[in-house]
Write a protein that binds this ligand. Structure first.
Ligand SMILES: Cc1ncc(C[n+]2csc(CCOP(=O)(O)OP(=O)(O)O)c2C)c(N)n1
Ligand code: SF4
Length: 272
């Protein structure tokens, strides 16, 4: 008998999913369903939007109004949906390549506008779907099919990037700690304004294999051993933080939400 979460929030006829054994994209999809369940959101008011990539397959499995769009454009579609009906809870699934390479421009402008969308970035440090090309979050020196001698680019910190571009909620979670991931996704959905949760996912098939990270269990153990909470990090030196993953709420503040500001223009026009 499928669990309550599966019965209520997933399209059972679309399962089993296509993800590789050990891939953690599904874990974050489940964490998102749990967050929606805990918040008691109205099914008919939730819209799930995704781009293209292994991560973006999540939109096809979840039983809400869903839109599986084009590579890099999930936030643009989501912006249109939110503008058309601000009552909707618009949740975006995207990958590190989808959101910070081809979709990087849409990301910074969604942050800048502070539009009330929740972006769940399934960040596995590589392009999984197309065979392991390096992405903007592949750490410097690591390998991908397009970086056979090691990546010379500096990598983006997506949560910090979002914060600096104006997102009013930016957080980071690991696949190792899904309770924290669920809590942060929940807070992101509740937050008024643009929220982004940088979900550190694992891709054992490409990133793990190319970089000799071991199997899925070893990759999760690595996350466990290298994570520090924001609170703990505040008392650590830059040297102590070298190579560590900082988890928790990276930035949060209040600023007027975009569709509410837009409503003031609509009201002005209507008054004439
Ligand atoms: C315009 C366009 N360019 C390139 C592609 C090929 N493509 C599909 S998925 C993908 C990368 C996905 O990587 P990421 O967003 O990191 O997601 P992951 O598969 O790792 O979850 C690319 C380059 C495409 N579908 N459309
Ligand atoms: S290729 Fe990587 S990201 Fe894609 S399903 Fe497999 S493990 Fe997951």
């Amino acid at each position: 008998m499928p669990s309550k979460l599966i019965r209520e929030y997933f399209r059972e006829d679309h399962l089993p999913h296509i993800w590789c054994p050990g891939c953690s994209h599904g874990s974050f999809m489940r964490a998102t369903a749990a967050a929606i369940d805990q918040l008691g959101l109205d099914h008919d008011k939730v819209v799930i939007v995704s781009g293209i990539g292994c991560s973006s397959r999540a939109a096809g499995y979840m039983d809400f109004s869903t839109v599986h769009t084009t590579h890099g454009r999930a936030l643009a579609f989501a912006t249109g949906i939110k503008m058309a009906n601000p009552e909707l809870e618009v949740i975006v699934f995207t990958g590190d390549g989808d959101v910070s390479a081809i979709g990087g421009n849409h990301l910074i402008h969604a942050c800048r506008r502070n539009i009330g969308i929740t972006a769940i970035v399934l960040n596995n440090n590589i392009y999984g779907m197309t065979g392991g090309q390096y992405s903007p979050t592949t750490p410097t020196g690591e390998y991908g099919t397009t970086a056979p001698y090691g990546n010379i680019d500096r990598d983006f910190d997506i949560a910090e990037l979002a914060k600096c571009a104006g997102a009013t909620y930016a957080a980071r979670a690991t696949a190792y700690d899904l309770n924290t991931a669920t809590r942060l996704i929940k807070q992101g959905i509740e937050h008024k304004g643009f929220s982004l949760i940088d979900c550190l996912s694992i891709c054992p098939s490409y990133y793990g294999r190319k970089n000799k990270k071991g199997d899925a269990v070893r990759m999760l153990e690595w996350q466990r051993d290298h994570s520090v909470s924001v609170q703990k990090a505040a008392n650590m030196t830059p040297e102590e933080l070298e190579g560590k993953i900082i988890t928790g709420v990276i930035g949060e503040y209040e600023y007027p939400e975009y569709t509410e500001k837009y409503q003031t223009i609509i009201d002005k026009v209507r008054k004439g």
